[in-house]
Design a protein around this ligand. Structure first.
Ligand code: HEM
Length: 481
């Protein structure tokens, strides 16, 4: 009988403990001095509301996870994702404020799977604030910024796009996402590590694509899983970049090609944090960020343009006029040409507005932050959901419509707070001008030299919550006669 009493007592204590634990999980404290948390639900212990966020949607609209919670709780709410307490902000003013708080009350933060892959640990991680961050920005701008674009990069990009579209025109069907990803990758990898796909046996772009698939999968590192394959491919790429670095460091005169890696190797002796490990992981991350985001935007543009032939015609008129103005119609695109394409830049803005490749940018609160009468507690993750601003019907009438003409009417102060495809504040994308120039050059070559039609796909683009291309989109492209 005593055994029964003891067992019954243990079960009662365990039940009380579990109820208390679940209660505490669902009702976390706002802060050490009793601040009020934004409304929301923490879901189930450990998994929180993660599974709701992962339900795919077959629309370009804001992911239902965020949309439903805005309707239920307003523009600022709490949740729990991947085992962490999270505040999601969809409020333009709060997001603007949070971007300005970088290094003061918020810092960049990544999911554990990303951090593992991109080596984001320690004081000299590439996302660190201060001298390391300033260096990373300046070296990227030095190789991809406006001065380099104007002086030498623009014609190089045009030449690469031109020859690639020539190759596409020989194919019956071009799978756009994969084909554009290879083009962008070959271009940015040349600028970063002097990569030449013709001379290299490694199919680097394919390796990056399989890494991306692994990142979107469950992070289970056992043979046979996509995540395991992703980590294996990452190791191979890191090894390849490391070998290139050593080659350049050991024979600087022979191997100097003027790329980003050359500059980093040269500066290893003057910048203490520039270790081999730092450089290879930083370059790995930069290659990843650059090829995936631009290729996603261009793939979406093909879908949107195929549904809006009048926009393609207007692009053609703008670019034919640029060629007509030239003394030599075969000369390369210049910086002045690029700066005289207002309609093209509206098409690019509208594509980036609808793309929202990621639902938001992640930060970590370094201390309690008071906003709109609520407290974001120190240590919590913050998702700055810029996607909600870019699809907000109060700012963009009929937000899911592809309407490049709307940019003529929008006020610059509205744009600066409600259009943030490249983030904001000190962390704003260092590749923004390169992205715009690349897309503009791509459209220039496409509409002046080629005609294209959609063969299939483009109907089931959606969000996972990342922009997802479903079965992709395939085109047939031919030279203009
Ligand atoms: C469609 C194309 C692109 C989009 C939408 C995009 C978006 C972004 C965003 C939103 C951020 C801010 C991240 C944050 O605050 O957490 C960022 C940062 C960054 N991006 Fe991009 N990006 C694009 C292309 C590129 C390219 C082509 C490069 C390199 C050539 C690049 C290099 C960087 C770098 C180095 C940062 C970090 C800047 C810093 O911390 O100061 N991006 N990008």
């Amino acid at each position: 009988m005593w055994l029964g009493v003891i067992f019954g007592g243990a079960v009662a204590v365990l039940t009380i403990f579990i109820i208390h634990w679940i209660y505490k999980w669902r009702n976390p404290r706002g802060s050490s001095n009793g601040g009020v948390l934004p409304p929301g639900s923490m879901g189930w212990p450990l998994i929180g509301e993660t599974l709701h966020l992962l339900i795919p949607s077959k629309s370009l609209d804001l992911h239902p996870f965020i949309k439903k919670r805005i309707q239920r709780y307003g523009s600022l709410f709490r949740t729990s994702l991947a085992g962490r307490p999270v505040i999601i902000s969809t409020d333009a003013e709060v997001n603007h404020y949070l971007f300005l708080q970088e290094g003061r009350s918020v810092e960049m933060w990544y999911l554990d799977t990303f951090a593992k892959l991109f080596n984001l640990d320690g004081d000299s991680k590439p996302t660190a604030f201060g001298a390391v961050h300033r260096y990373v920005r300046s070296i990227v701008l030095n190789h991809f910024g406006p001065d380099t674009l104007r002086e030498k990069l623009l014609p190089r990009i045009e030449q690469m796009i031109d020859s690639t579209l020539g190759i596409w025109s020989l194919q019956e069907s071009v799978p756009v996402k994969e084909a554009v990803a290879t083009l962008v990758f070959d271009c940015t990898a040349k600028q970063m590590i002097g990569y030449d796909p013709q001379k290299s046996s490694d199919k680097l772009c394919e390796k990056f694509t399989s890494i991306l698939q692994g990142l979107m999968s469950f992070p289970l590192n056992i043979p046979g899983t996509a995540f395991h394959k992703c980590l294996k491919e990452q190791k191979k790429i890191i090894k390849m970049i490391r070998n290139k670095l050593r080659e350049k460091r050991d024979s600087p005169d022979q191997a100097f090609e003027g790329d980003l890696l050359d500059q980093a190797v040269k500066e290893m002796s003057t910048e203490k944090f520039l270790t081999e490990d730092f450089i290879v992981h930083f370059i790995f991350g930069a290659l990843f960020a650059s090829f995936e985001s631009i290729s996603s935007a261009i793939t979406l543009a093909f879908k949107l343009l195929s549904e809006n032939p009048s926009v393609v015609n207007e692009l053609r008129v703008e670019h034919d006029a640029i060629i007509k103005k030239r003394e030599n119609p075969n000369s390369s695109l210049t910086w002045d040409d690029y700066k005289s394409m207002p309609f093209t830049l509206q098409v690019i803005n509208e594509t980036l507005r609808l793309a929202n490749v990621s639902p938001g940018l992640l930060r970590r609160a370094m201390k309690d932050i008071e906003v709109n009468g609520y407290t974001i507690p120190a240590g919590w993750t913050i998702m700055v959901a810029t996607s909600a601003q870019q699809l907000n019907p109060k700012t963009y009438q009929d937000p899911l419509a592809f309407n490049p003409y709307r940019w003529k009417e929008l006020d610059s102060s509205v744009i600066s707070k409600n259009f943030m495809p490249f983030g904001g504040g000190m962390r704003q994308c260092a590749g923004a001008e390169f992205t715009r120039a690349f897309m503009a050059t791509f459209f220039h070559v496409l509409v002046t030299k080629y005609r294209w039609t959609k063969i299939k796909g483009g109907d089931n683009f959606g969000r996972t919550p990342f922009l997802d291309f479903g079965d992709g989109i395939h085109i047939k492209i031919s030279e203009k006669v």
